[in-house]
Ligand binder design. Structure first.
Ligand SMILES: Nc1nc2c(ncn2[C@@H]2O[C@H](COP(=O)(O)OP(=O)(O)O)[C@@H](O)[C@H]2O)c(=O)[nH]1
Ligand SMILES: [Mg+2]
Length: 271
């Protein structure tokens, strides 16, 4: 059987951008590659769900599901929901595409066409490598990212060119043992994944993406983010294997449960 690819869109208060992100899936080549998309609404307080439902009604043939987290689990917690969903439904690969329309899923197409995704445990979109395009970031933010990429490269002894963009692909087989369960539910989840994947010997491949910040609101507070990253690096250096086992959540959640709010097509239907 052909490989099954699931797209996961984490969404929190992005009613304006989400229909544009879903429109990206209408690209003929993208449709050929993916089987389903789940939008994971992390209990948005704006019209995010109505925006998705409107889009679903306008595109009845599109295999898109709208899930709502039973509690606010943060961005990391939403990843845990999606990882669990991908395992439970037998997908081979999971693509993460942020719901606030900063990236372009078509940046993945060359990689999928070449079959590169089969060679690594994850393929991570990079905003800061040869071939990447970045718009709307301040020079300070760009410099900070390069600095942290260098620091993470040094401690992992691997060339890391992005700590957490909004376009990534994971091999589902590598997620089955839930090694990520105790990682932070916050925006630092991806950063933690990189250190953990390094400690566990999982392979990572970076590919260039285009990324823009136009009408999006970033929730990343740069100073506290930087401090949290430094703390995380310290914990990693104290013992990479112990780091992976550590409880890193402020409030451990057991189930990461969700409700399916709306769904087009059968769960196992191909596009
Ligand atoms: N800030 C925030 N974003 C969330 C949450 N749950 C899901 N997301 C999604 O996570 C993505 C990244 O968040 P964002 O604030 O844009 O961070 P940034 O783009 O890295 O500065 C967006 O697609 C959000 O819609 C959450 O609880 N808080
Ligand atoms: Mg964003």
């Amino acid at each position: 059987m052909a490989e099954k690819i699931l797209v996961f869109i984490p969404a929190y208060n992005c009613e304006k951008q989400l229909p544009r992100v879903l429109n990206q899936l209408l690209d003929a080549e993208v449709q050929q590659k993916i089987q389903r998309c789940i939008v994971v609404n992390n209990r948005s307080t704006d019209g995010t769900e109505a925006a998705v439902e409107g889009w679903l009604a306008a595109h009845p043939g599109a295999p898109v599901s709208l899930l709502r987290n039973d509690e606010n689990y943060g961005l990391g917690g939403s990843h845990k929901v999606a990882f669990g969903y991908a395992v439970a439904h037998g997908y081979d690969y999971l693509v993460v595409l942020h719901g606030d329309d900063q990236g372009d899923i078509r940046d993945l197409l060359p990689l999928l066409a070449a079959g590169t995704h089969r060679q690594y445990d994850c393929c991570l979109g990079s905003r800061f490598m040869r071939g990447s395009q970045i718009g709307g970031y301040s020079p300070l933010r760009i410099a900070g990212n390069y600095g942290f990429n260098a620091l993470f490269s040094l401690v992992t002894l691997k060339k890391i060119t992005d700590l957490g963009s909004g376009l990534n692909l994971y091999k589902v087989a590598a997620l089955k043992n839930e090694f990520y369960k105790k990682f932070p539910d916050t925006l630092y989840f991806n950063d933690c994944m990189i250190l953990a994947q390094s400690a566990l010997g999982l392979t990572m491949h970076f590919f260039p993406i285009s990324w823009r910040e136009e009408d999006q609101v970033s929730n990343t507070k740069l100073t506290s983010f930087a401090l949290s990253l430094l703390k995380m690096v310290g914990q990693y250096l104290a013992g990479p294997k112990k780091f992976v086992q550590k409880e890193m959540r402020a409030k451990p959640t057991v189930g990461y449960t969700y409700t399916v709010v709306a769904q087009n097509g059968r769960e196992d239907a191909a596009i």
